[in-house]
Ligand binder design. Structure first.
Ligand code: 13P
Length: 255
């Protein structure tokens, strides 16, 4: 938590979900309509094939729909790619950029992530910029250096708290059931806030910094209660409405 910042619980469905999964989304929307939105904002980033449906379903709820990645360009001969403008047209409000799975699988570097964040803004979307160290980097004691380098390279210098959200996702915690200790999360998030302040000045004070990596209802109070943790980016547990709502409910027990 950061005083004065409203938390955001965001889901990332990754390459999961068909039209049959939209019922979970309906239940997520209904859950937030029955009072959870008093505690936190909510977003679910879905595969592009589901985005228009998701946006339509969620339009009657406080939950917003987002994309999982975008191209840097607005349009053109880029077979299989999706622009930020296309996501916006399909009803997205946000897009994730620089997820470690994209960085690894597509060889995406910090400069590309930064260009994607700018592309998101060009289309009127909020960019959720992901950063985080690998297991080898953590074991070598380089976590904070990696975060500094990724902030320097991936976050555009004109980022503001209204157009950008940072998601700290230790790569080794994603989908593994492993999580950093609350003290480790506190250290990483404080470092991220400090580096953002050096880079962005006063804009950094209100910028949301989400934690992602094996967040579940059972660990949400501990992880989301940490200072400078302004919400969660949830993978596996966002696919089941009960789990995603259970994570958001943690805010009823965090003061
Ligand atoms: O990568 C993530 C969200 O973007 C986290 O995934 P898990 O919650 O499945 O560990």
């Amino acid at each position: 938590m950061t005083p004065g910042i409203r938390p955001l619980v965001a889901g990332n469905w990754k390459m999961n979900g068909t039209s049959a999964s939209l019922n979970e989304l309906r239940m997520i929307g209904n859950g937030f309509m029955s009072g959870l939105d008093a505690e936190t904002e909510a977003l679910v980033c879905v595969p592009a094939t589901l985005l228009a449906h998701a946006a339509e379903i969620l339009s009657r709820t406080p939950v917003r729909a987002g994309g999982e990645d975008c191209h840097t360009k607005e349009s053109g001969a880029y077979t299989g790619c999706i622009s930020a403008e296309m996501l916006k047209d399909a009803g997205a409000s946000h897009v994730i950029v620089g997820h470690s799975e994209c960085r690894e699988q597509s060889g995406e570097d910090d400069a590309t992530v930064q260009a994607k964040a700018s592309a998101a803004w060009r289309a009127g979307l909020v960019a959720v910029v992901c950063i985080g160290e690998t297991r080898a980097e953590r074991e070598a004691g380089n976590t904070l250096d990696v975060l500094s380098r990724q902030i320097a390279g991936s976050v555009p210098p004109d980022a503001t708290a209204s157009n950008t959200i940072i998601a700290y996702e230790p790569v080794w915690a994603i989908g593994t059931g492993l999580t950093p200790t609350a003290a480790d999360v506190a250290e990483a998030h404080a470092h991220i806030r400090e580096k953002l302040s050096e880079k962005l000045g006063s804009a950094a004070a209100k910028m949301r910094i989400l934690y992602g990596g094996s967040v579940k209802p059972s660990n949400a109070v501990e992880l989301l209660g940490v200072r400078n943790v302004d919400g969660a980016l949830v993978g596996g547990a966002s696919l089941k409405a009960a789990d995603f709502l259970g994570i958001a409910e943690a805010y009823r027990n965090i003061s």
